[in-house]
Design a binder for this molecule. Structure first.
Ligand SMILES: [Fe+2]
Length: 272
């Protein structure tokens, strides 16, 4: 576990669902994902100073190639901040592990000041939906239990790819975290847990579930419209999330989107 001592509040930037390809010209529903990411990176550079930690919450590659992950690392290397990543359903965790060999990218816990960050792998190879395995849940509970007993940790944040609370769009009903109820049952007794952070459903959410703040963040490429029956792209631009973690447990957080004309994409598509 890495232990960092930084400013208060801690400044965390979340980037999610970049869907990159080996070929930088690769497109997802006609959006060039490397270009949309580069707009988001430029936005972060303009808006954020003193980044303490970058969290990348999955679907980093669309083609799960070594080159796509290396493209992601090149794009994010512009920031003088540690980066931690977890896989999403479009990723290949074995490839990510290979690319990350000799680095801390895949490290699952980071302690920053009096906060503990725990990153989880919610993927099932070949499936869009997610699940936290028995071993992943046991790991999480052990970390949270340790945090409860550690006087130097006051607050915890969990990061994962899949939405642990069902999404509002009917077409997304079966692609979330299958054992979300089991997940919340497993963590609800840990008083230091303040936040669950995720991606996957390509839109912005900020709500409380069973007393825990849930933050979902938009993709750096295509956006999925909430509260619809069938697959619908939303005409809003890509962005990122910032989280300012205060030492008293409060979290100031918002989405910042690229401004200007709405990015080109196949807005009539019925799926992806
Ligand atoms: Fe995604």
């Amino acid at each position: 576990m890495t232990i960092l001592t930084t400013q208060n509040p801690i400044n965390i930037i979340q980037i999610t669902d970049t869907h990159l390809y080996a070929d930088p010209a690769g497109t997802l529903l006609k959006m060039t994902t490397s270009k949309s990411l580069s707009h988001v990176i430029d936005l972060i550079r303009a808006e954020e100073t003193g980044i303490d930690l970058l969290l990348a919450t999955g679907d980093l590659a669309q083609d799960a190639s070594d080159a796509a992950y290396n493209n992601f690392l090149v794009a994010t290397s512009q920031f003088d901040a540690p980066l931690r990543w977890i896989p999403g359903n479009h990723d290949d965790s074995a490839v990510m592990d290979r690319v990350a060999e000799g680095t801390d990218l895949g490290e699952k816990t980071v302690k920053i000041n009096n906060w503990l960050i725990v990153m989880l792998d919610s993927t099932i190879p070949g499936q869009s939906y997610g699940n936290l395995s028995t071993s992943e849940l046991a790991f999480l509970q052990a970390r949270l239990q340790h945090a409860e007993e550690d006087n130097s940790i006051d607050h915890c944040l969990i990061g994962l790819h899949h939405n642990p609370v069902p999404a509002s769009a009917a077409w997304m009903k079966d692609v979330g975290l299958q054992n979300g109820a089991e997940f919340f049952a497993a963590v609800k007794t840990f008083s230091k847990l303040k936040c669950v952070l995720y991606g996957h459903i390509h839109h912005e959410l900020d709500f409380k579930h069973q007393g825990i703040r849930c933050l979902c963040s938009p993709s750096t490429c295509i956006q999925f419209k909430p509260n619809v029956s069938n697959f619908t792209l939303d005409r809003v631009n890509p962005g990122y999330r910032y989280l300012r973690l205060l030492d008293d447990g409060h979290i100031e957080s918002a989405i910042v989107r690229v401004s200007g004309d709405v990015f080109e994409a196949d807005y009539s598509s019925s799926g992806y």
